[in-house]
Design a protein around this ligand. Structure first.
Ligand SMILES: Nc1ncnc2c1ncn2[C@@H]1O[C@H](COP(=O)(O)OP(=O)(O)O)[C@@H](O)[C@H]1O
Ligand SMILES: O=c1ccn([C@@H]2O[C@H](COP(=O)(O)OP(=O)(O)O)[C@@H](O)[C@H]2O)c(=O)[nH]1
Length: 239
């Protein structure tokens, strides 16, 4: 999550579309979340605090992808992904504009390209087919030498299996990359609901990163994660 260089600390947050736009936009959550980040970046924590938010597609991404699958006989993976990407960009544009003066740069849609980060907050969205915004978050973490990604979703912890499908699924406080890879598999499926996508998982594991998976709606818990205090969630990391 963090990089301390020249007194600047950059936190990388993968903001799940499921909490920004579960169906339509959750405006109450979005305004409360923006206020939290405004307060966090505004406080002097001994160094300048900056935040990069990578925003997912949520309900609109899945609905439009489903509509496309209903319309054509042989839906193409890449086209499903491009539809999802556009939903991430719409959500991201809303968040960027919501930050007003704190976010001075355009939404980043290619984490490998040159871009400026002059404000306190930078907003990123989907890039290209083949993975989710989790992968874009890993790319940005690599670029900013961050060891940690905060992954906020509609679920408070990672479970042994999808708790919506498996009643015996157990929540985990900690899970190693190798165990997690067994859970999520290796293959990318457009629109798939997973705590962290398989392609992002491979890269984050190779880089020895740590992902903190936590619920997006508990703002005091998010603050605790940002400030390096005790929190409720799951640590995914090297074994
Ligand atoms: N092992 C697991 N642990 C927790 N959630 C899982 C797991 N496998 C699948 N899921 C599903 O992943 C969902 C979160 O992914 P997703 O809906 O894509 O969130 P976001 O939009 O926040 O990225 C959960 O609500 C849950 O149904
Ligand atoms: O760089 C990206 C980011 C997103 N997507 C597509 O957009 C969808 C929605 O993004 P994401 O899964 O990150 O949203 P969230 O799970 O947070 O709602 C994904 O399932 C992919 O189909 C993509 O192809 N490339």
């Amino acid at each position: 999550m963090t990089r301390k260089k020249g007194g600047v600390m950059v936190s990388i947050i993968s903001l799940g579309g499921s909490i920004v736009a579960p169906d339509g936009v959750d405006t109450e959550f979005v305004s409360r979340f923006i206020r939290l980040i405004q307060t966090y970046t505004g406080e002097a924590g001994g160094e300048e605090r900056k935040v990069i938010l990578i925003v997912g597609g949520g309900g609109p991404a899945r609905k439009y992808q489903q509509a496309y699958r209903n319309i054509v006989d042989n839906p193409i993976h890449d086209d499903q992904d491009w539809i999802g990407i556009m939903a991430t960009r719409l959500n991201a544009e809303l968040i960027r504009a919501g930050f007003a003066g704190l976010c001075l740069n355009p939404v980043v849609t290619d984490p490998s390209a040159e871009f400026e980060f002059t404000g306190s907050v930078l907003v990123a969205a989907g890039w290209k087919p083949g993975f989710s915004t989790d992968f874009d978050a890993v790319m940005l973490a690599e670029r900013f030498n961050a060891r940690r990604i905060i992954n906020l979703s509609n679920i408070e912890q990672v479970y042994t299996a999808d708790p919506k499908l498996d009643p015996n699924a157990r929540p985990l406080d900690q899970v190693s990359w190798s165990e997690f890879r067994e859970m999520v598999g290796d293959e990318w499926t457009p629109g798939k609901n997973l705590p962290f996508d398989p392609v992002a998982t491979r890269k984050a594991a190779d880089m020895g990163m740590e992902v903190i998976a936590a619920g997006g709606r508990d703002l005091s818990n998010i603050q605790a994660v940002l400030e390096g205090r005790e929190f409720f969630g799951t640590r995914i990391g090297p074994g």
